[in-house]
Design a protein around this ligand. Structure first.
Ligand code: DAH
Length: 336
């Protein structure tokens, strides 16, 4: 028995010393069906007087095997850690990869400025659908079917009654239908016209509409608001000028220019020698439009204006080709 135990000890210690998998050896020697366990099960055949000696020896061997296995497991863990540290070594002295910092697109910058300026004057922001009914885009705005002024906006029709909005003015109608005066809203958004793209046209562009309706609103209010807007957008020295015009949804109507902020009005390349730059259309909301929306023109009056965001951005930033705004060339965009 003794010899058998000693031979197990010897074999186990040798194997543990060389083993890569101490857990398998634990099972093989000390497990329920392990070699040492099997010997201990055979204790019944040992004469009773020898049992304490054999038992003590077996215990001693078990402890020795356990200690060797634990040491081996520890050694294995350390080896793995060393390996991992080496494999995942991080050289903190290598220069980092520079991260390109983005910024807002010049159109978005301009739209945000517009929003800030008008929100600062107490306007709220209203939105409307880009796929619009003919009724909102034209009819309710005093542009019945076959009205010649429809020709100035080459419109993408989807059906006879559904189109891609050609202006943000339909949001006026949608706002007045659900909101009673006092009304003070702007509505920035995308609009569509069947124009081929060139330096000053694009089939998709952006407008901001403005609408104020209340008792006693006059053209003086319109001028005051637009003058403040022009100064905030283009600089304190900026002046505005109204030229008579026709829009079916306003009466009277005007086109509005700002004094050239580059030359101050003397005439330069930006203003093409004019001293003035046209930036928007405006007027007093036509009584028909008010009554189309359920607002009594005898009680309320209002003004409206609309401008192209591209034109404002191009004027402000000195961009001379609209297509640059849609090409997403970072060499261009980086400048703003
Ligand atoms: N919707 C007009 C356009 O696209 C711009 C405009 C002019 C809007 C006068 C208005 C306005 O609200 O009163 O040409």
């Amino acid at each position: 028995m003794k010899e058998l135990l000693e031979s197990i000890r010897k074999k186990a210690m040798e194997e543990i010393a060389q083993s890569e998998d101490p857990e398998a050896l634990r099972i093989r020697y000390l497990g329920k069906k392990g070699e040492l366990t099997a010997v201990l099960r055979g204790m019944g055949s040992v004469p009773p007087e020898e049992r304490p000696v054999i038992g003590a020896l077996a215990n001693d061997i078990r402890e020795q095997i356990e200690a060797a296995l634990a040491a081996k497991a520890e050694e294995k863990k350390e080896k793995e850690l060393a390996h991992k540290l080496e494999a995942e070594a991080l050289d903190v002295t290598i220069p980092g990869t520079a991260c390109a910092v983005g910024r807002r697109h010049p159109l978005a910058q301009t739209e945000n400025m517009l929003r800030d300026i008008f929100i600062g004057m107490g306007f709220s922001v209203a939105e409307g659908p880009e796929v619009e009914y003919d009724y909102y885009n034209f009819e309710a705005l005093n542009l019945p079917k076959n009205h010649p002024a429809r020709d100035t906006q080459d419109t993408f029709y989807i059906t006879d009654n559904i189109l891609l909005r050609s202006q943000t003015s339909p949001v006026q109608v949608r706002t007045m239908e659900v909101q009673k005066p006092p009304i003070r809203v702007i509505s920035p958004g995308r609009v569509y016209r069947a124009d081929p793209a060139d330096a000053t046209h694009s089939p998709i562009f952006h407008q901001v509409e403005g609408l104020v309706v209340d008792k006693g609103i006059t053209m003086g209010d319109l001028k005051g608001i637009l003058e403040l807007f022009a100064k905030r957008m283009f600089g304190k020295e900026t002046k505005i000028r109204f030229r008579p015009h026709h829009f079916p949804f306003t009466e009277p109507s005007a086109e509005v220019d700002v004094s050239c902020f580059v030359c101050g009005g003397k005439g330069c390349r930006l203003c093409k020698g004019e001293g003035w730059i046209e930036i928007l259309g405006a007027g007093m909301v036509h009584p028909f439009v008010l009554s189309n929306c359920g607002i009594d023109p005898e009680v309320y009056s209002g003004f409206a204006f609309g401008m192209g965001i591209e034109r404002i951005a191009m004027t402000r930033l000195g961009i001379d080709d609209m297509r640059l705004l849609y090409e997403n060339d970072v060499r261009f965009l980086h400048q703003f």
